[in-house]
Design a protein around this ligand. Structure first.
Ligand code: PEP
Ligand code: MN
Length: 354
C-alpha cells in the first residue's frame, strides 16, 4: 500500500495570465515561486496566447495561493484531479472491488436488510436475513449504532452487533454496519464486519475517514461511503472517499442517498442522476440507496430502477420481513423481501435493454 501514499502525478496545472504573454520579469517571478516548491514551468505557446504549465508536485496550496495573488495572473487551473487515487485515469483504475460472492462488473450488487436491528426482536433479523439470502441478496445490512436526528430516539445497541454476527453465521451473508466513531470502528473490526458504512452525517468527518483507512489497511474490509446530505459538489464526495483510500484501503463503494433540499413529499432530493458523473470521474463502484433518497417504501422500487438506468453498480435497500413491526426507518421505508425479489427481477429485465 506504500505506493498509495505517494501517488503518481499525472495531470497538469496551468497558469492563465491576463495579458496574452508574461513579460520576462513576470515569468522569472513565477518560475522562482514554483521553484520554491520543487516545480518548474513549461511554456505552451499558442497562436494568440501563452499558457504556463507547472510541472512537478503541484499540489501545494501555498504555491497556488501565491500564484493567485499575482496581479498579472488571471487564474490557476487545476487540470489535475484533486483525488488522484479515486480518479478513473489514476493508478488504481484496475482495482476490482468485490464483496462476498459479488465482483465489480459481474451483475448488480444487492445490499439489503433492516435500517435498525431491534435487539428485542432478534427473530425478525434472522427471518429477514434468511429470506434475503434465499432471493440472492449479496450483503446483509443492519444498523447497530444509529445516528438519530433527535437525541431521545433509539440510538442503537451494541447487543445488535452480536445478532448481526449470528445472522451472518446462519446465512453466510457478509455484513454491512454503520460506524460513527473510532470505538465503534474497533468493535466492528473485531467482529470482522465485512463492509463498514459511513453515513451521511459523517461523510465529511475526515478524522473518521482517515481512521477507517488506517485501521482497515491490508484487510479485506469494504467501506460504503454515503453522500453527505449537505454535500453538494461531486468532487467533495469523491475527495472524502480519497481519504479512506489514501490512508490504506482501496475497497471503497460510493453511495448517493439523496440530499437537501428535499422534494416535497419525499425524504430527500433523490440524486441518482449523479451516478454517471461519479462513474465518469472514478473507478469505484456506485451503490445507490433509494430508501433514504425517497423515504417511502412505495417509491423505493422506482427510485432503485432509476438508479440502475443511470448506471449504478448496485443498490442498498432497507428491507424487513414485517416493516410495520420494525424500528428506526423500517416502518416507513423498508420493503419486504418479497418486494425486493420482484425489484431484483425488474432490474434484471432493465439490464437486458441497457
Ligand atoms: C442508514 O443507512 O440507516 C442511515 C442512517 O443512512 P444515512 O446515513 O444515509 O441517513
Ligand atoms: Mn435508515
Amino acid at each position: 500500500m506504500g505506493s498509495l501514499v505517494a501517488p503518481v502525478f499525472i495531470y497538469a496545472v496551468m497558469i492563465i495570465c491576463k495579458e496574452p504573454k508574461l513579460t520576462d520579469a513576470q515569468l522569472a517571478e513565477v518560475q522562482q515561486i514554483v521553484a520554491e516548491f520543487g516545480c518548474t514551468i513549461q511554456v505552451i505557446v499558442g497562436a494568440h496566447r501563452c499558457v504556463y504549465a507547472i510541472l512537478g508536485d503541484e499540489q501545494h496550496e501555498l504555491m497556488f495561493n501565491r500564484l493567485h495573488g499575482l496581479d498579472y495572473v488571471d487564474r490557476v487551473d487545476r487540470i489535475q484531479s484533486p483525488y488522484k487515487l479515486m480518479d478513473r485515469r489514476g493508478q488504481l483504475a484496475t482495482h476490482t472491488a468485490s464483496i462476498g460472492s459479488w465482483e465489480m462488473g459481474k451483475g448488480t450488487l444487492y445490499i439489503a436488510g433492516p435500517c435498525t436491528v431491534d435487539p428485542k426482536n432478534p427473530q425478525a433479523l434472522f427471518e429477514t436475513a434468511h429470506a434475503l439470502k434465499e432471493i440472492g441478496v449479496h450483503v446483509l445490512r443492519g444498523g447497530v449504532w444509529k445516528p438519530r436526528t433527535i437525541p431521545y430516539a433509539f440510538q442503537g445497541d451494541v447487543k445488535s452487533l452480536e445478532l448481526m454476527v449470528e445472522a451472518r453465521a446462519q446465512t453466510g451473508l457478509p455484513l454491512n454496519i454503520e460506524v460513527m466513531d473510532s470505538e465503534q470502528l474497533d468493535l466492528a473490526i473485531d467482529a470482522r464486519v465485512d463492509m463498514l458504512q459511513v453515513g451521511t452525517r459523517n461523510a465529511l468527518n475526515y478524522s473518521l475517514l482517515k481512521d477507517i483507512g488506517r485501521k482497515t489497511q491490508g484487510r479485506k474490509i469494504c467501506v460504503l461511503l454515503k453522500r453527505g446530505r449537505h454535500m453538494a459538489p461531486i468532487d467533495e464526495f469523491i475527495a472524502a472517499s480519497e481519504y479512506i483510500v489514501a490512508n490504506g484501503n482501496p475497497n471503497v463503494f460510493l453511495c448517493p442517498r439523496g440530499t437537501v433540499p428535499e422534494v416535497q413529499g419525499l425524504r430527500n432530493h433523490p440524486d441518482e442522476s449523479i451516478i454517471p458523473l461519479l462513474k465518469d470521474k472514478t473507478w469505484a463502484p456506485v451503490v445507490y440507496d433509494p430508501s433514504h433518497a425517497v423515504g417511502r417504501s412505495a417509491f423505493v422500487p422506482q427510485a432503485a430502477l432509476a438508479s440502475i438506468v443511470y448506471g449504478a453498480d448496485g443498490i442498498c435497500v432497507e428491507c424487513h420481513i414485517k416493516p410495520s413491526e420494525g424500528i428506526g426507518d423500517d416502518p416507513k421505508q423498508a420493503i419486504t423481501p418479497q418486494r425486493m425479489q420482484k425489484l431484483m427481477a425488474d432490474i434484471a429485465h432493465v439490464r437486458q435493454v441497457l
